[in-house]
Design a protein around this ligand. Sequence first.
Ligand SMILES: [Zn+2]
Length: 136
Amino acid sequence: MVDDENVPLVTHGPGSLMELIEQISARRIIEAGPPEDRGLAEALPFPFLALVGQQEMRTALVLALINPAVSGVLLVGPRGTGKTTAVRSLTDLLPLVQRSLCAYGCLPEDIETGGLDAVCPDCAQKYGAGQPLICL
Ligand SMILES: [Zn+2]
């Protein structure tokens, strides 16, 4: 029998696995109740951890997230097997990445490494005016 009082308290830093699990659990949808109609075509994605069955598919998707050398997963199956739901639910597991506001994909790092000639004229002007080139 395990004595709970003698188990050391494990703390989790920001971005820890426990924090991620809390963030993406099905509790988020259950506690939120029915989604409000925001006029959008899609609601929140189904939580990846709430998917049941399809173990091989889930394993393949997680492995593709962990190791980019996998380079992709091809999901094949009849309608209603959860292919699209599983892939959409992966957005909860992905880190937030800064993305360029420019159609050419200009980044502030490009300016730092290659100067103002490394980005398009619009972004060079924005950078000079102190406006952001990226967003989350
Ligand atoms: Zn640009």
